[in-house]
Design a protein around this ligand. Structure first.
Ligand code: NAD
Ligand code: MG
Length: 394
């Protein structure tokens, strides 16, 4: 029986995780569930899965959640604040932590889980992008097991040899090939992108996801974040990580070996597959995902990503090559720009412009400690907010 904390239980990944958990009550029990909004959903989840703890942001949300839980007759204990988020991620009773908070906000509790030597199921790519070196060092020193949930990285993990030790040379790995769907704007005239709305950007052709990652998929910042994520997870340098547009989203990524072999992982685009894989690893369990029907799909297409259409992708490669605190600056600027776009305060094409400008200003950013990275994150947010304001004024 694995005892599980889900950070970000109310989100898209959190809900999919609980769907898999519900199929295997003999294997998993819930220790803690966390969420920032959607308190009614959190109350239902806590009641149904008999969570011992629920963690929310502030005392106000805690009081509201408490009322909802009492109505359900639930015995879940309500906690709040950043320290409690970390506490339920590192508690001795916990075996596995699903890190599914979106954005830099997930860094501290995910790091706490890594330091405490948990089995960490990593969906929160922003945490790794922000603090790759320190995060991987924490995984190592804490003796944690890190299992990727991002579908591409989970695919790469499955295509790598068992026990792969972040050394591509030793394993005969030549390249990692990350697939990208191309998002909702892959066929749209580049000139018309200035006018796209948040709802259009969130209408992903193949995946149903949270709004932030959906916008990132449209701009391909998501793929850029994933290039950086792959670098840290698998120890592969930027020049050995390629992105290929594959519109069917059936091949979730590939590993190319020195002998010319290319291993791919395929499946329907449903996050319950990587979630079930990581939950049960090295065993295999039912995820509730329908079998892949290759004949119904008919064909698999591949093309080069167009950097004019997706300027965030080269920005992310540049951030990875620059290293140190630059990926953290890029990530923070992107979070601010995407928030502003979703709120109708910034045009779609300005997202990349804001990120580019902030990266240029913070090209010397350091990464010596988590505190320094959090300072870079804060400075990048302030600079990005200024840019958003001046874009609004223009
Ligand atoms: P989502 O927006 O649906 O859910 C986010 C969760 O985090 C919610 O539970 C929310 O309450 C919580 N949260 C948000 N801000 C918070 C804060 N400041 N403090 C505490 N909790 C906070 O997002 P999602 O689509 O489930 O994505 C979660 C993570 O997984 C992201 O990092 C995303 O990049 C990654 N991911 C998602 C998918 C997917 O299919 N949805 C695929 C791959 C990777
Ligand atoms: Mg992905």
């Amino acid at each position: 029986m694995q005892s599980l904390t889900i950070l970000g239980a109310t989100g898209s990944i959190g809900v999919s995780t609980l769907d898999v958990v519900a199929r295997h009550p003999d294997r998993y029990r819930i220790f803690a569930l966390t969420g920032r909004t959607q308190l009614a959903r959190l109350a239902e989840q806590c009641t149904r899965f008999k969570a011992r703890y629920a963690v929310v942001d502030d005392p106000h949300a805690a009081a509201r959640l408490q009322t909802l839980l009492s109505e359900h007759g639930s015995t879940t204990e309500v906690l709040h604040g950043a320290d409690q988020l970390a506490a339920v991620a590192q508690a001795p009773e916990v075996d596995t932590v699903m890190a599914a908070i979106v954005g830099a906000a997930g860094l501290r509790p995910t790091l706490a889980a890594a330091r405490a030597g948990k089995r960490v199921l990593l969906a929160n790519k922003e945490a790794l992008v922000m603090s790759g070196a320190l995060f991987m060092a924490a995984v190592e020193s804490g003796g944690a097991t890190l299992l990727p949930i991002d579908s591409e990285h989970n695919a790469v993990f499955q295509a790598l040899p068992a026990g792969y030790a972040r050394d591509p040379g030793a394993a005969g790995v030549r390249r990692v090939l990350l697939t990208a769907s191309g998002g909702p704007f892959r066929d749209r005239a580049v000139d018309s992108l200035a006018r796209v709305s948040p709802d259009e950007a969130c209408a992903h052709p193949n995946w149903a996801m949270g709004r932030k990652i959906s916008v990132d998929s449209a701009t391909m910042m998501n793929k850029g974040l994933e290039v950086i994520e792959a670098h840290w997870l698998f120890g592969v340098p930027a020049e050995r990580i390629d992105v290929v547009v594959h519109r069917q989203s059936v091949i979730h990524s590939m590993v190319e070996y020195a002998d010319g072999s290319v291993l791919a992982q395929l499946g329907n685009p449903d996050m319950r597959t990587p979630i079930a894989h990581a939950l049960a690893f090295p065993e295999r369990i039912d995820a509730g995902v329908s079998p892949l029907d290759l004949c119904a799909i008919g064909r698999l297409d591949f093309e080069q990503p167009d950097h004019r259409r997706f300027p965030c992708l080269p920005l992310a490669y540049a951030a990875l090559r620059a290293g140190r605190g630059v990926p953290a600056a890029m990530n923070a600027a992107n979070e601010v720009a995407v928030d502003a776009f979703l709120a109708g305060r910034l045009s779609y094409l300005s997202i990349a412009r804001v990120v580019d400008a902030v990266m240029t200003r913070l090209s010397g950013a350091g990464d010596a400690s988590i505190e320094e990275l959090e300072a870079v994150d804060a400075e990048a947010r302030a600079l990005a907010s200024e840019r958003v304001l001046s874009a609004e004024a223009a």
